[in-house]
Design a protein around this ligand. Structure first.
Ligand code: PMP
Length: 399
């Protein structure tokens, strides 16, 4: 008997496990559609020009590496608020906003979860069915009971709004409701403006706590429209939590750049809440890293770099749209008669393709094309070099 002998092997992460299988595959034309990463037309993770310019300026500064405050870099935190609520939002000057820099979107969610655990007696969080696979694990690890509300309708390939509203209505009063602000992962199915107003109405009436996850701002329509859920919730006057991630929008995955923003009811409340949030930070990692936040703050506050970044975001967004369109056309050309148009209307990096677990397994085995068992494919991993292979293989398993 050794200290570690009682330990059993943990189940493999479904997506990271997929990467291992992909890496072990020796076929030259293999394609990894499993990951949640944007690749450019050359199949590479891009280094954005705006990021590169901001980095060069930062290196030229030869700045010392002191600790950041627990809540992170102040100009970064402010810039995150402006991006979320818009330059004209009265909230920006209201004292009701608190932002803490976080270790990516994941870190922001965990900070929020740890904070809520201390705050609430009833630790129940509802996530969409389906949702990003880490939502459940993360909140369970933070001590929450996690339930699902209906979200996706596989027949329409869209949101089951009535089911969602009923599910949220039926939760015990005061539950935490986790919502994807835009570009839903994994389905690519989003709520409309009118849908959001109905969701907000139920959340408000049932005194639930809204927790918005915004990991793809800019990948739907544009930076402003993709923040509509955040802004509508803010207008409703509800206190809320928002987890931002810049992993995708700045292509800064490994730098871990995210933020947790809270909307409170007053300046006084903000001060109290921030003091408690800092305790959560202090006992986890003390203070966040500097580099990513400096770079993002620079881009967000320098008008020329901001403009360049918006252009580069649009390039990424347009390329994904082009790939969606091309995939639909090529599937049809390959003889697929079932409805595939929905792939074109889904938003963000992913498509819930409708492929069954068996079809996904066949794609990997026979064609070296790797997707998530749920049928989620990352459209951002397609390019002109691999799309014919993918479309032909998909057509063969669909026919
Ligand atoms: N939320 C959602 C919906 C996501 O898809 C992701 C990343 N795949 C995250 C949060 C986490 O983002 P990060 O990589 O910045 O931790």
């Amino acid at each position: 008997m050794t200290l570690f002998s009682p330990i059993e092997m943990a189940p493999r992460d479904p997506i990271l496990g997929l990467n291992e299988a992909f890496n072990a595959d020796t076929r030259a034309d293999k394609v990894n559609l499993g990951v949640g990463v944007y690749y450019d037309e050359n199949g590479k993770v891009p280094l954005l020009r705006a990021v590169q310019t901001a980095e060069e300026a930062r290196v030229a500064e030869h700045a010392a590496r002191a600790y950041l405050p627990m809540e992170g870099l102040a100009p970064y935190d402010q810039a995150v608020q402006t991006l979320l609520f818009g330059t004209d939002s009265p909230l920006l000057q209201s004292g009701k906003l608190i932002t803490a820099q976080a270790l990516g979107g994941t870190g922001a969610l965990k900070l929020g979860a740890d904070f809520l655990y201390r705050l609430l007696d009833k630790r129940l969080v509802a996530i969409s069915d389906p949702s990003w696979e880490n939502h459940r694990a993360l909140f369970e690890a933070a001590g929450f009971e996690v339930v699902n509300y209906p979200y996706y309708n596989p027949t329409t390939h869209g949101v089951d709004l009535e089911g969602m509203l009923q599910g949220i209505e039926a939760l015990p009063e005061g539950s935490v409701v986790l919502l994807h602000a835009c570009c839903h992962n994994p389905t690519g199915a989003d709520l409309s403006f009118a849908d959001w107003t109905r969701v907000i109405d139920v959340v408000q009436r049932r005194k639930h706590v809204p927790f918005l996850d915004i990991a793809y701002q800019g990948f739907g329509d544009n930076l402003q429209d993709d923040a509509i859920a955040v802004r509508l919730f803010a207008e409703s006057g509800l206190p809320m939590f928002i987890a931002s991630s810049f992993s995708k929008s700045f292509s800064l995955y490994g730098e871990r750049v995210g933020a947790l923003t809270l909307v409170t009811e007053s300046k006084v409340e903000s001060a109290m809440v921030m003091s408690q949030l800092k305790r959560v930070i202090r006992t986890n990692y003390s203070n966040p890293p500097t580099h990513g936040a400096k770079v993002v703050a620079k881009v967000l506050t320098d008008p020329a770099l901001y403009e360049l970044w918006e252009e580069e975001l649009a390039e990424m967004r347009d390329r994904i749209r082009l790939m969606r369109q091309a995939l639909v056309e090529k599937l049809k050309a390959a003889g697929v008669t079932s409805d595939v148009e929905f792939i074109q209307h889904q938003r963000g990096m992913f498509s819930y393709s409708g492929l069954t677990q068996l079809q996904v397994a066949t794609l990997a085995e026979d064609f070296g094309i790797y997707a998530v068992g749920s049928g989620r494919i990352c459209v951002a991993a397609l390019n002109h070099g691999n799309i014919d292979h993918v479309a032909n293989a998909m057509a063969q398993v669909l026919l």
